[in-house]
Each structure stands twice: as structure tokens, then as C-alpha cells.
Design a protein around this ligand. Structure first.
Ligand SMILES: NC(=O)c1ccc[n+]([C@@H]2O[C@H](COP(=O)([O-])OP(=O)(O)OC[C@H]3O[C@@H](n4cnc5c(N)ncnc54)[C@H](OP(=O)(O)O)[C@@H]3O)[C@@H](O)[C@H]2O)c1
Length: 309
């Protein structure tokens, strides 16, 4: 009997149908990939948070819900979702995040803005320091944070990573716990936040913790808007304690017209474009996970409901 795979993210069907069918053929997995099916016949649900499917109760035979996005904060609280939930760890998405983070890090490190916007044609021959002299901290050393930390290490930035659990990564100083966070913030000339949004990480960067950063530090937030207290960030930017913030994610998206982030000279807004799921590579990840489930192997990228990520 072929498996029944319900694709429950209708607006993404045109992008994912071809790549998923190709990945199923490549893996030699017999499956009906459909956008509608009798709930009790569905083996796997391919899902996105905006899906019209929000009641998982009738999907009694479903072996896993496979999310197309990395972030799961809009799903973990759904009380009808009792099936295993896997989040997206996609090599294409990771590559995109590394490019955004490296690009924005180099922009601030090299002081590119001074030369791109130079209306008075000033000739200022001040050279930036080398990367090796500009410490960077990455909060969140998961799939994305550790890939960004490695890329920045390869460019010779001294990188400190902070996460919930202890880690060991070549060439990267890794810290955890509250004391570790204080140390990680105190040295960060550039701070990158790649934590998930959970009850533990919401407003993690409050006024007190932003105050631990060295004066003039730059904040890059491609993680989630709620990780940073907006008012505290604006106050720190206005006082000059924080030199600039490049923000890709916001509490409300799209960022509302008139929000102070749009007009603050110390803020760059990018519209949640740091890293998109890439259908070709993501389809292979989905199919690989289904094949693992069918072979009796543990699913990859399982979400821990208690931790919320
Ligand atoms: N802007 C975009 O386009 C975009 C795209 C994709 C994802 N994202 C965001 O990026 C986030 C990270 O993605 P990912 O794939 O790297 O996630 P991940 O692999 O689950 O990594 C999360 C990291 O955060 C750490 N962490 C979680 N809660 C913590 C806490 N309370 N204290 C300290 N560390 C904590 C984890 O620590 P442990 O390693 O110890 O578990 C882990 O290192 C996503 O959740 C999403 O919000 C944004």
C-alpha cells in the first residue's frame, strides 16, 4: 500500500509539489502525495503554521507532522497535536542564513555605510580593524547559529557561542547558563541572535542585558522579534550604547507602518528574508524523514514540546 502524504500548506503547493515528487522518486518511496484525504488514512502531514488544518484530532493514523519552517512557536501550543512534530532543518535554509549573517556582519565590521552614503564626499582613510580583532557572539548554537559561527570563524572573527546546553565546536568558545550569557554579551562587538521564541527566550535581551554589551556594539537579529525588548533596544540605540541593529524579524509582521524601527537611523529593517526554506533541498529532508519513520528509525529534528523548540 502506498503511503498517504497530506500536503497541508495550500499556498506552498505550487513550489513544493514538483520537488517532493522528485524526492519521492529518488528515494524510491511509494506514496500518494495529495492536498486532501480522509483524515484516518493519512500517514504523514506536511505542514506550515498558516495551514487551514489546525485540528489534528481526526488524523488517528498520522505518524508525524513535518513542518516546512524552522520555527515552531506557532504550533507547539496546539493541544490537538499529539503526533511527533519535526521542524525543518534544510541545508538551503542554513546556507541562506549564513549568507545574511555574514553579509550584515561584514557590512558593520567594514563600516561600509560610510562609503555607500557619503553625500559630502569625505575622504576618510581610516582602515577598519581586522576581523580577528572584532569579537562576535552568537546566541543560539543550533542548526543555524552553529553554521553562522563556523562561517564567521573561517573569516577569523573570534566567535563565542551561547546555548542552553554545553557544546564543543572547534575554534569557537562555547558558553551556557546565566554566567555564560553575561560573559558572552560583555565581549560582543557584534551580537547575533539565533534562538527560538519560547517562554524562556522572550525578552531575553532586556535593558539590563543590552547594557552588558560594549558601547557601540551592533545587534543582528534574524532569530525572532520577541527575543529583544523593543523599547529597551530603541533606548539603547538612541543613547548610542548600541551602534546599530539589523533586524529581520519582528513581534508583528509585516512590521506595522509607523513603527519606530522604520524611521530610527540606527536600525536596518529586512522583511523576514534572512533564510527561506528552499523547496529542492527541503523536499529531500522531508522524504528522508518519512523513509526513516517507515524504516523504524527515530525521526530527525524532533521538537521537544516541553522546551518549545
Ligand atoms: N529570519 C529567518 O528567516 C529565519 C529562518 C529560519 C529560522 N529562524 C529562526 O532561527 C531560530 C533558530 O533556528 P535553528 O534551526 O538554529 O534552531 P535549533 O537548531 O533548535 O537551535 C536553537 C538553539 O537555541 C538554543 N536555545 C534554545 N532555548 C534556549 C535558552 N532558553 N537558553 C539558551 N539557549 C537556548 C538551543 O540550545 P541547545 O543547543 O542547548 O538546545 C540551540 O542551540 C528558529 O527557531 C527561528 O526562530 C529565522
Amino acid at each position: 500500500m502506498p503511503l498517504t502524504l497530506l500536503f497541508a500548506a495550500p499556498s506552498l503547493w505550487p513550489d513544493f509539489e514538483g520537488p517532493l515528487r522528485r524526492a519521492l522518486r529518488e528515494a524510491d518511496l511509494a506514496a500518494d502525495l495529495v492536498t486532501a484525504a480522509a483524515p484516518d488514512r493519512v500517514d504523514y502531514i506536511i505542514f506550515a503554521p498558516a495551514s487551514p488544518l489546525q485540528d489534528f484530532t481526526p488524523y488517528t493514523a498520522c505518524k508525524a507532522v513535518l513542518n516546512l519552517w524552522a520555527g515552531v512557536e506557532r504550533i507547539t501550543g496546539n493541544p490537538t497535536l499529539t503526533q511527533p512534530l519535526c521542524r525543518m532543518v534544510d541545508p538551503g535554509l542554513t546556507e541562506g542564513m549564513v549568507e545574511w549573517v555574514v553579509g550584515h556582519t561584514l557590512r558593520h565590521h567594514l563600516g561600509m555605510d560610510r562609503h555607500i552614503v557619503n553625500p559630502r564626499h569625505l575622504w576618510d582613510p581610516t582602515c577598519p580593524p581586522l576581523a580577528r580583532d572584532r569579537p562576535v557572539t552568537v546566541l543560539g548554537m543550533g542548526a543555524l547559529g552553529s553554521a553562522c559561527a563556523q562561517a564567521l570563524t573561517a573569516l577569523h572573527f573570534p566567535v563565542t557561542g551561547w546555548s542552553r546546553s554545553a557544546k564543543s565546536l572547534p575554534g569557537i568558545a562555547t558558553l551556557h547558563g546565566e554566567a555564560g550569557l553575561t560573559e558572552a554579551l560583555s565581549s560582543a562587538r557584534i551580537l547575533i541572535t539565533l534562538l527560538p521564541r519560547t517562554s524562556d527566550t522572550e525578552n531575553l535581551l532586556n535593558a539590563r542585558r543590552l547594557g552588558l554589551l560594549p558601547r557601540g556594539a551592533v545587534v543582528l537579529n534574524p532569530g525572532r522579534g520577541a527575543l529583544i525588548d523593543d523599547d529597551a533596544l530603541l533606548a539603547a540605540l538612541t543613547s548610542g550604547h548600541i551602534g546599530h541593529a539589523s533586524l529581520d524579524v519582528f513581534r508583528t509582521e509585516p512590521l506595522p507602518v509607523g513603527h519606530p524601527f522604520w524611521s530610527h537611523p540606527g536600525v536596518t529593517v529586512t522583511p523576514h528574508v534572512a533564510a527561506d526554506t528552499r523547496p529542492d533541498s527541503a523536499a529531500r529532508v522531508i522524504v528522508q524523514n518519512i523513509a526513516r519513520g517507515e524504516a523504524g528509525l527515530p525521526f530527525l529534528h524532533l521538537v521537544d514540546r516541553d522546551r518549545g523548540y
